[in-house]
Design a protein around this ligand. Structure first.
Ligand SMILES: Cc1cc2nc3c(=O)[nH]c(=O)nc-3n(C[C@H](O)[C@H](O)[C@H](O)COP(=O)(O)O)c2cc1C
Length: 199
């Protein structure tokens, strides 16, 4: 039997937003770690990020990063990007085209920073920027950071680098692999249109 979302736009939307919402709270969800792709001219790159927020009503997805990271530089030059998700069990791929907003030291980061845990704050406390060349193998952290030997108060310094990338969705492309026949659909959020595509 085919699932309800096999040939139904509404059911597809329900399913994909359920999967995105679940990924934010469920560490074992494959949708939790999409590939984020951005580009500036010939500088095209993809990397894994952790999905931190999913907001269906505003068509927004969010992840966290360091203001000094290379992807932020790329986004400053070109805010168009893409997120790619795949769930092997569900056999569902999403390709999400987005327009990115870089948030640093504003109300968006304030809200997100409050929810970050002691353990994850050390990522934002390195002396050198992520991607800096090092003469030796390194975590980039002084030993106190490596040993989690810092107080919550000391970790507040990381807020300066803490950045929330707000991804405003332009379109979502759905692909469902099924033995009976794959199904592919495009949801054009900007123009409020949806269509089936040949897989
Ligand atoms: C499982 C996993 C989760 C990751 N999550 C994030 C993340 O949420 N934010 C982030 O900036 N980098 C994350 N990274 C590291 C990035 O993939 C990447 O190596 C780093 O951000 C540097 O990328 P850039 O030089 O393109 O900025 C993660 C890597 C892995 C393997």
């Amino acid at each position: 039997m085919q699932p309800a979302y096999y040939e139904n736009f509404e059911e597809i939307q329900k399913k994909l937003w359920f999967m995105l919402d679940d990924a934010v709270i469920n560490r074992s969800s494959p949708f939790r770690i999409p590939v984020f792709i951005c580009a500036n001219q010939n500088e095209i790159d993809g990397r894994i990020v952790v999905l931190r927020k999913s907001d269906k009503s505003n068509n927004v997805l969010q992840f966290h990063t360091d203001l000094r990271s290379q992807k932020v530089d790329i986004l400053r030059k070109n805010k168009n990007a893409s997120l790619v998700f795949y769930d092997k069990e569900e056999k569902i791929q999403l390709r999400v085209k987005v327009i990115c907003e870089i948030n640093n030291k504003n109300s968006v980061t304030e809200e997100a920073w409050k929810k970050t845990q002691h353990i994850s704050r050390r990522c934002y406390l390195t002396d050198d920027a992520p991607g800096s060349v090092s003469g030796k193998p390194t975590s980039g952290m002084i030993s106190k950071l490596e040993d989690f030997d810092y107080t919550m108060e000391q970790s507040e310094k990381g807020y300066e680098n803490f950045t929330v990338i707000k991804c405003n969705i332009k379109s979502i492309e759905w692909l469902y692999l099924a033995a009976k026949g794959h199904r592919r659909a495009i949801f054009d959020i900007e123009n409020k249109k949806q269509n089936w595509l040949v897989p």
